[in-house]
Each structure stands twice: as C-alpha cells, then as structure tokens.
Ligand binder design. Sequence first.
Ligand SMILES: Cc1ncc(COP(=O)(O)O)c(C=O)c1O
Length: 409
Amino acid sequence: MKKMKFTEAAPTAGLALTWRDFIPPLFSLHSKASLEAKLASFIGVDEAQVECSGTAALVVALEAIKMLSDRKHVVISAYTCPWVALAVIKAQLTPVLADSRPEHFDYCEESLKSVVNHQTLAIVHTHLAGRVADVEKTITIAKSVGAYVIEDAAQSLGAKLHHKSVGTFGDVGIYSLGVGKGLTIFSGGVVVSANEQIREALRRVSNHLPRNYLVELRRSIELIAYYFLYRPLGMGLAFGCHLRDKLKRGNLIEAVGDDCSLDFPLHKVGIWRKWIGAKAADRLPEFIEKTKNLAEKRLAKLTKISGVSVVLDVKDAQGVWPFFIVKMPSEEARDNVLDLLWNKGVGVGRLFIHALKDYEYLAPYFAGAKVQNAQAFAAHTFIITNCIWLSERDFARICDVISEQVAHV
Ligand SMILES: Cc1ncc(COP(=O)(O)O)c(C=O)c1O
C-alpha cells in the first residue's frame, strides 16, 4: 500500500460541545429544563435518572430489581462490553453467559433458552453500536421463566424500534453518557423504567449513593478537556498518541479501553456537568439525523465490497450510527486491515478485543461457558467510525484497503 496520510478522526461519532454549553442556565436564553427532564422527553418516558456512568446505571438497575426478587443469576451476552459483567459482579449477582447468534452480537435463541431458568433474575439485552437487536424475542424468553429484562442501550441512545426508543421495551433501560457516546458528560449514565415499583426502587438505590467531590472535579476537568480536544486538531493529542503507544507495545486491551476492573466509582453526578449535558442535549436530535444521513452514504460504499458484511438493525428499527461493525471473511483479512489502518488514527479499530470469557480478569467467572459464535465474532470484526469530520475521501480510501485485503486473502 502506498503511504497514506489521513486526517485524525474520532473513533466514534460523538456530539461536540460548544462554549455556549458552559453558560450557566441563569444567563442562558435557551430551555432551562434539567438534563433528567430533557432525557426523559427525548427517550419518551416519565422520568430519567442520571448516574455517574453507564456501568453505574446498570449497577443501580440490578440493585433495584434485587429488592424485588430473591433470584441471583443475570444472563449477559457473551460478546459485550466487559463493564457489563463487572456491574453484575459488583451487585453481588452471578453473571451467566449466553452465546450470540452467528455473525452477530445479538443472542442465539437456543443458547439463551438453555441458560435461563427459575434462578434467573434478569436478562441483559444489548443494543451495541447503535444497532437495534431483537429485544422482543428476549422478552418472550424472559417471560417464560419470570425474569426481568434490562435493556443495555449504552451505545444506542436515540435508537428506535417501531418508532419507540430502545431501552423502553424491557423492564429497565440503561444508556451511557460516557466519552465517545452521542451525548456525553465525560462519564455518565441514565436509567429508566416504565414500572412505578421499579422506579421507586431505582430512586432508593440512587439516593444512597455518596458524593465524591474528587472524582467529580476530575470528571469536570476532563469534560472541559473534551470541549477543547474533540475536534480534528485535538484528536491526535487526546486519542491518537495514546492509541499508537498502546499498539506499539502490543497492548490491544488497553488500546481499546477494555482494561476494566471492579474498582469503579459509584457516586452522585454534580450539577455543573448536568447543566452542560442539558445544554448539549438540545442538539442531540439534529446530530442523530446528520450522522444517520452520513451513515447511509457510507453504508452504500461499504456494502458494495463483496465478501464483507456490516451489522444492521432488526426489521422496523431506526438505529443510530456512532460507528459501523464490519465483518470480514477471515481473521487474517481482518488483521491485515487493522495492521494497515488502526495506528493511522483514522477511526478504524476494534470494538472489544475478546468474547467476555477470554479476558483474563473475567475468565474465572465463565469457565466452561461455550460461546464459539461470540469468539468468532470477536475474531472477524472491526469497526469504522462514523465521525462527522472523517472526509468521504478518507472513507473511500478505507473501503479500498478493505477491498484489497478481501481480494488478497
Ligand atoms: C454495551 C455497553 N454496556 C455498558 C457500558 C458501560 O458504560 P460506561 O462506559 O458509561 O460505564 C458500555 C460502555 O461503553 C457498553 O458499551
């Protein structure tokens, strides 16, 4: 391949902040509604609760439903974010893996049916990468054993199924406001439920969380840094240098941020970050529309490459597009694309390095779990950003590299 120079792109399409977001609501001419109120209206629920991360939102959800049942097992997808397993363990529950279906992250129906029983407290159903997975099937299976469904829409705030927000089909829904997500307060999460009994339990759990002024100060500084650096010139500094350093050392897990641990903060979110999130939330619908239009054009290019598939939504869904999950015909072809593009900082990389059971720190919890589809999915896929400042010329060049590698292998 000729030496190519790309513009440094963000790994996902996130909503940038503007200086106006930092004006206190008292002096602002725009809507002064709270972040909670704006999120509730955006998602289409009566109430939304903001927590300090998506993981914290999941812990709060699990602690809340634990108050309503004595069951201890929580089924999670074999291919998902490691934080999901850690949230279950933090809540002192037992995570149980169900395999994904071939060539997708969504559950394999047979595998899911085989692991649920009358010990199952909840099934966590995940909509990864803005893609809407088949939550209705999961709900049917959960109902058959009297388990709750928690929808993990950490990466899919704004995605819809039958024109209704994902996260509102199950008993509880969670979303992430972490860095790199559509709307961010650097680290934050949201939990919703339509069930008043669960909502009351969610409030009770959240009210018991402490304040942590030190972590809150750190997050506030990080949010200011996000304002300055989430742009083409800042990206190399904020993300590219770290990425290249980790790749050079061969530390893929740290390169994608999969170096998770049980020692994560659980605390109340400060009012200042919530103000900023509330201001930015006004621009979210327009941003989602813009990235959707971009994604349509980019998808048309990607799907023209023979031998390659892109993970899409279930029927009658309207997903959001932070990035694309691309599946290659072989692990070798996938690795060749990454060898050529990952360290360029052009927004080509990996989502999660392993299926959950293959992370050293999670392996003890999942010995004996059979999750071949999830392992194959982890080995054959990579992601391409849908960042708005990635030029169409660079996107076309990425597609050329993929075509060449498919043909080569
Ligand atoms: C599917 C999924 N669930 C949960 C989380 C946890 O969210 P957070 O990073 O805000 O803690 C993530 C993080 O990206 C995720 O991708």
